[in-house]
Ligand binder design. Structure first.
Ligand SMILES: [Zn+2]
Length: 316
């Protein structure tokens, strides 16, 4: 199970290299290409992300990455994931949101053993007109591409959740699940805003909630799900290391935590590795953490029941 996964951050390195070679007459060599992915901080990560968006241009590219990510998930024995796409990053290539999302869907559907609910990342640092346009097009494409929810990613500072009240009201009315990145780079006030202003179903990251004891109490009391991505936090420099990782305190306090990889290709992260690390350090039950993800997912009740049976059966 995986709820916080950026599709573009999960494209296997070899598939990204194929895309670079498709568009660059002189792409250089694969080793130098992979060295680009050694990050120093979150801004450097966004830079590399921006660079890769140059090479996702047409429906064939999106279909290809859908299929490649599907295989990568299936290889990890992940049977259900929710993966977000950031459509506004590709606007300049002239591909419209519906063609992009349905192409990703076609690619994903070619893979057996995993089902993927698509999410759209409205990307918080775009103009209001742009984010509204992305949302409207998302709603139009919901049934064809099987889109289950929305989130807001990108740089947090200066773009608090409160700027997106209208967007989230509209998404809620359209029946979409609501998540928002909050409390990753920015502080606990962003988590409060996602809860109070947007009424989100889940929080993306939320690790900086530990800086506000009242917020931790609130999260424990309401059991609002947190999509925590432990290795990602270390790789982006939000957290120094495993020793004092906030996820450990959140689990000890009784918060509703799921474990996720965020951008596995960029961070070298995986749900399995992070589950192992977290359970070794807290004594938490990995099955419980997996079921937390299932119960917080935006899939329908029938699918959720089937997945629960499959997880419980496969766990022994
Ligand atoms: Zn994220």
């Amino acid at each position: 199970m995986e709820l916080h996964l950026h599709l573009e951050g999960a494209i296997p390195m070899t598939t990204m290299w194929e895309l670079v070679c498709k568009y660059e007459p002189h792409p250089g060599d694969f080793e130098s290409f992979t060295r680009r992915f050694e990050f120093e901080d979150f801004l450097h990560f966004l830079d590399v992300w921006g660079y890769m968006t140059n090479y996702l241009r047409d429906a064939e590219d999106f279909e290809r990455i859908g299929e490649a990510v599907g295989h990568s998930l299936a290889d990890q024995n992940i049977i259900y994931a929710e993966a977000s796409v950031s459509p506004s990053d590709y606007r300049r290539h002239g591909i419209d949101l519906e063609s992009m999302m349905t192409a990703v869907r076609r690619g994903l559907d070619r893979v057996t053993g995993v089902s993927v609910g698509l999410m759209v990342d409205l990307v918080r640092d775009g103009s209001r007109d742009r984010t509204m346009d992305v949302l409207r097009r998302t709603i139009d494409a919901t049934s064809e591409a099987a889109i289950v929810g929305v989130t807001i990613g990108g740089p947090e500072h200066g773009y608090p959740p409160s700027l997106f009240v209208d967007h989230y009201d509209m998404a809620r009315d359209a029946g979409l699940g609501l998540s928002a990145h909050a409390g990753e780079a920015a502080g606990p006030e962003y988590v409060w805003s996602a809860i109070d202003d947007l009424g989100v179903d889940r929080i993306g990251h939320g690790v900086r909630a530990v800086e506000d004891p009242a917020l931790v109490d609130h999260l424990v009391e309401t059991q609002r799900p947190l999509e925590v991505c432990p290795t990602s936090n270390i790789r982006t420099g939000v957290v120094a290391g495993w020793e004092d990782h906030p996820v450990l305190r959140l689990i000890d306090a009784g918060a509703n935590v799921s474990i996720n990889s965020d951008d596995p290709t960029y961070f070298g992260s995986s749900v399995v590795d992070d589950l192992r690390e977290v359970t070794a350090r807290t004594g938490a039950d990995p099955l419980r953490l997996t079921l937390n993800a299932l119960e917080a997912s935006f899939t329908d009740t029938t699918t959720r029941d089937l997945l629960r049976a499959e997880i419980e059966e496969g766990w022994t």
